[in-house]
Write a protein that binds this ligand. Sequence first.
Ligand SMILES: [Zn+2]
Length: 67
Amino acid sequence: MDERAFDLAGEAEEKQRQQGVANRVQYCGVSALECGECGEGIPEKRRLAIPGCQLCVDCQQLRERRV
Ligand SMILES: [Zn+2]
């Protein structure tokens, strides 16, 4: 139950992030299979949700916090 709620919240967050990113940076092209920062594999779901994404969720969040 908790796990599913977490998943749904994650999806909503992902959509929000996607829209925020789309407003700032025009992502296009092929998503990376591995994170450009840490080399961690990027989940297919994320790669499909964010075309052209180059970072895993963790590194993306760190980067957005830094900017
Ligand atoms: Zn990473």
